[in-house]
Ligand binder design. Structure first.
Ligand code: NAD
Ligand code: IPM
Ligand code: MN
Length: 359
């Protein structure tokens, strides 16, 4: 099994290293993984002049799965798109047609105290934000900045075809059907034509899934309900931009954005696994970033791309045990816990995986 490792910028390499450590540990007795690293993001732009070199994109396409870290920095975010580290990720998502981005959000019992929200609201939270990832205002044209009547005008276009809406809606219903059978579609149908079409198509698709209860929320209200009554949500399906924003907010239900993994899949089930967080330039290179989002990406990769559910569970159990033993990185630190750096947290997870293998 061949895994492409695109670690990228900022904390990307630090956290991805811990995910690889966990994957190696889980494969210690049995079929091994073959890891190939390739440059992406600012790191790739600085050496090759392209944030997504052709060799990297080709490797990602060939691999059985892609483990991605983070791309972009505040400096490169100001450059033209083709020179931005973060833009490489958008291109790769589009090129591999990774339209379905699953962002699971769980309240780990051990971390409830680490959240800024109240315990009563958080206990039992278990939801997935399914974010459409290859359409919307991220990719619609016309776009750009031009001069009109002597002043600059910035333009982006929210755009969805009904086919794009339909396939992600199907993914949402299928996910809900295997869980608590509740799908909440989030849109802005009261203002935007694109989103009125979104609501119409999701409702049409819903007729194929009578066992799933479909509800609709406007994104403004959804952001409020997500914080006020997060336990009520099972699967949320939404467009690219709303999903981006809602999932960062939902991260606080787990206590830290450093806890949130995600899987970006295409119609053939090929996948790229990316933490929800970014390159975190403020903490990069200090060995303090939380690697658990990336480690949990490793578990999602095993389950969804390699069909290795047992190994995936072993990684997830190891993460839970490490938390139960009181080990914490700075972002989830609490009184009485033992603070670990990025590497040490990765080591603790790997140790626990080895212990589970012996048990
Ligand atoms: P960010 O997610 O990188 O950081 C937001 C905050 O969360 C920061 O305070 C950071 O220190 C903290 N944080 C993030 N991950 C953490 C972790 N694992 N452990 C502990 N704390 C963590 O978002 P941002 O600051 O808006 O963006 C930084 C750069 O990353 C920008 O250039 C942005 O474009 C890029 N970005 C990339 C991705 C990606 O590659 N998938 C995602 C988001 C942002
Ligand atoms: C994410 C990030 C990306 C996005 C950026 C880095 C392009 O915020 O994966 O959530 O907006 O999709
Ligand atoms: Mn984001």
């Amino acid at each position: 099994m061949h895994i492409a490792v695109l670690a990228g910028d900022g904390i990307g390499p630090e956290v991805t290293r811990q995910a690889v450590k966990a994957l190696r540990a889980v494969a210690a007795n049995g079929p091994q993984f073959d890891f190939t690293e390739a440059p992406i993001g600012d790191a790739a732009y600085d050496t090759t002049g392209d944030p997504l070199p052709e060799a990297t994109a080709a490797l990602a396409e060939r691999a059985d799965a892609v483990l991605f870290g983070a791309a972009g920095t505040y400096e490169s975010d100001l450059r033209p798109p083709e020179q931005r580290g973060g833009h490489a990720l958008l291109r790769l998502r589009k090129r591999m047609d990774l339209f379905a981005n699953y962002r699971p959000v769980m309240a780990f019992p051990e971390l409830i105290g680490a959240s800024t929200l109240k315990r009563e609201a958080l206990e039992g939270v278990d939801l997935i934000v399914l974010r459409e990832l290859t359409g919307d205002i991220y990719f619609g044209t016309p776009r750009g900045v031009h001069v009109e009547n002597g002043e600059r005008v910035g333009i982006n276009t929210m755009r969805y075809t009904e086919g794009e809406i339909r396939r992600v809606a199907h993914a949402g219903f299928r996910a809900a059907a295997t869980r608590r059978k509740k799908l909440c579609s989030v849109d802005k149908a009261n203002v935007l034509e694109t989103m009125a079409l979104w609501r119409e198509v999701v409702s049409e698709v819903g007729r194929d899934y009578p066992e799933v209860e479909l509800t609709h929320l406007y994104v403004d209200a959804a952001s409020m309900h997500l914080i006020r009554r997060p336990r009520d949500f099972d699967v949320i399906v939404t467009g690219n931009i709303f999903g981006d924003i809602l999932s960062d907010a939902a991260a606080m239900l787990t206590g830290s954005i450093g806890m949130l993994p995600s899987a970006s899949l295409n119609a053939e089930g090929r996948g790229l696994y990316e933490p929800v967080h970014g390159s975190a330039p403020d903490i990069a290179g200090k060995d303090i970033a939380n690697p658990l989002a990336s480690v949990l990406c490793g578990a999602m990769l095993l389950r969804h791309s390699l069909g290795q559910a047992e190994r995936a569970e072993r990684i997830e159990t190891a993460v839970r045990r490490v938390l139960a033993e009181g080990y914490r990185t700075a972002d989830i630190m609490e009184d009485g816990a033992t603070r670990l750096g990025t590497e040490a947290m990765g080591d603790a997870v790997a140790r626990e995986i080895a212990r589970l293998a012996k048990a």
